[in-house]
Design a protein. Structure first.
Length: 523
């Protein structure tokens, strides 16, 4: 409905604009055409005056030539004739344009009379030449011809021709001016009539549009203010034309969506507050964990200082006691040197472990993969711990997948990993327990599983057992510097593999080592 009403109003306004524009364009064109024709007529008047004045001066010079001799004023005569010819040519061109624009009726006789004027001037010049050439003939006859030429031909015929041309162009100018005046009068009354018709139409149309638009627009304004104030339950009433009803429906739908979004924001805020509280708790726990780790670090520094001090103290004591003795046997020297060697080896192993971890963290740890026979490698490695197994009255069951023959890794480093895990399992195993050692090949990955039946690992300790300097709470796990499993993880990662543990408290633990069948050269 509103579209049709607006279309009617826009169409009426557009019609008035188009009519006015056409009138303005037409007026402009007609005015420009009339001005151009008026300019042509004025130019023609000017050229006729030039022809008239130049011709009279030419005739005077020819008369002087008749009186003073044939050769008098020849240059001036030729110059005047050239000016007259140029003016007549220009007059003919302008009269052609005038006839094309105004028609043959309005310009009747202009071109023809100009041609006759040109012929008349030529005749007068020829007559002058003829009289001059017969200057020696009878003077009476010559005087009569000169009188005839001056009084009849020039004073009557030539002057009448010039006056007639000027009069015609004056009439053309007067006609053009009358036409312009009449057109201006018509334009004035047309403008008055158009204003009388257009002003009421525009006023009525604006009043009509304001009347039919105000109420729905006011409803939309009130709805917008309500929404801006946060009243998302406000709804715009309907019952207007179809366009405003569609706007009202869209507005009400928007208000409904905003209401739902506000509820979602409220719920999201509550969820965010919950998550913030949860994250705060997690951060608090993480901070506590960091504090615990920092405490463990400080304890480790104390322990490592003790670990380093003990063998150094023993070495110093053994050497001092031996040096103080006045007489000492070779056996005493051998005993002292043996103790010093054992303590030095202990110190060397501790320093090597620290250096290994430091190199891995700095990216300088290098491994040297070699082609290894798996069965021979596992057999040689497990022999190294056989004595400890026998001391604990434990059993080691080794199972190797059929067909698994060779792999490529650093045998010395991987043997160190296996020894660390087996030693850890022995420490946690009960007297007479069984340790299972299994090795498989799955998708070009070597899988080593070491299972014990010991006391297991507490769930809260499992995430940290591979950390540096971490040691369990009981007496057995607190032996050493807490670097064994950290070193094992370092070596496995340098081979591009992983190590993990699954443990159940009171039932035992299972360590799983995954290595690529062909490890990378650099760790």
């Amino acid at each position: 409905m509103y579209r049709r009403k607006l279309s009617i109003f826009a169409g009426s306004t557009l019609f008035l604009i188009v009519v006015t524009s056409v009138m303005v364009v037409t007026t402009s064109q007609i005015t420009r055409s009339n001005l151009k024709q008026n300019e042509i007529a004025q130019s023609l008047l000017t050229e006729h005056l030039i022809v008239s004045s130049t011709s009279y001066r030419l005739f005077k010079q020819l008369t002087d030539e008749l009186i003073f001799g044939r050769d008098a004023n020849q240059a001036e005569v030729r110059n005047k004739r050239a000016i007259i010819e140029q003016s007549i040519a220009k007059i003919k061109m302008l009269e052609e344009k005038q006839r094309q624009a105004l028609g043959a009726v309005a310009t009747q006789g202009t071109i023809e009379d100009t041609n006759a004027l040109s012929v008349l001037i030529d005749d007068i010049i020829i007559e002058f030449r003829a009289i001059i050439n017969k200057a020696d003939s009878k003077r009476l006859a010559q005087q009569q011809r000169v009188q005839q030429l001056l009084e009849v031909t020039i004073d009557n015929r030539f002057r009448e021709a010039i006056n007639a041309a000027v009069t015609r162009q004056s009439n053309v100018v007067a006609t053009l001016n009358a036409r312009i005046e009449a057109f201006n009068q018509s334009l004035f009354w047309y403008s008055v009539l158009l204003a009388i018709l257009a002003v009421p139409i525009v006023i009525f149309g604006c009043y009509w549009l304001v009347g039919i638009l105000y109420q729905p627009l006011n409803s939309i304004r009130l709805g917008s203010e309500a929404i801006a104030q946060g009243n998302y339950q406000y709804r715009i009433s309907r019952g207007f034309d179809a366009e405003f009803d569609a706007i009202a429906a869209s507005f009400n739908s928007m208000a409904e969506e905003l209401l739902q979004q506000r509820e979602q924001v409220t719920n999201a805020t509550r969820e965010l507050e919950f998550q913030v509280a949860k994250r705060t708790t997690e951060l608090t726990n993480a901070n506590k964990l960091l504090q615990d780790k920092d405490k463990a670090r400080r304890e480790f520094l104390a322990d490592i200082s003790h670990e380093l001090r003990t063998p150094l103290t023993i070495i110093r004591g053994e050497v001092q006691v031996t040096l103080r003795q006045q007489s000492i046997t070779e056996e005493d020297y051998q005993s002292t040197l043996k103790n010093v060697l054992e303590q030095s080896l202990s110190l060397s192993r501790l320093v090597d472990d620290l250096l290994l971890v430091a190199r891995f963290e700095s990216g300088k740890l290098r491994v040297t993969p070699q082609t290894v026979n798996i069965r021979e490698f596992i057999s040689e490695t497990t022999k190294q711990i056989q004595t400890l197994i026998e001391r604990k009255n434990a059993a080691l069951k080794v199972s190797i997948q059929e067909g698994l023959s060779i792999a490529k890794f650093d045998p010395e480093r991987i043997a160190q990993v296996i020894m660390v895990v087996l030693d850890n399992s022995l420490n946690y195993s009960n007297e007479g327990g069984t340790i299972k050692f299994e090795c498989y090949l799955i998708d070009n990955t070597i899988k080593i599983m070491i299972c014990d039946e010991g006391e297991g690992i507490a769930p809260e300790m499992i995430p940290y057992i591979f950390d540096r300097y971490f040691r369990g709470a009981n007496s057995r796990s607190s032996q050493g510097a807490g670097l064994g499993l950290a070193i094992a993880k370092t070596i496995v990662q340098s081979h591009g593999g992983t190590i993990d543990v699954v443990s159940t408290l009171g039932e035992g633990s299972q360590f799983t080592i995954l290595l690529p069948q062909e490890s990378p050269t650099d760790g």
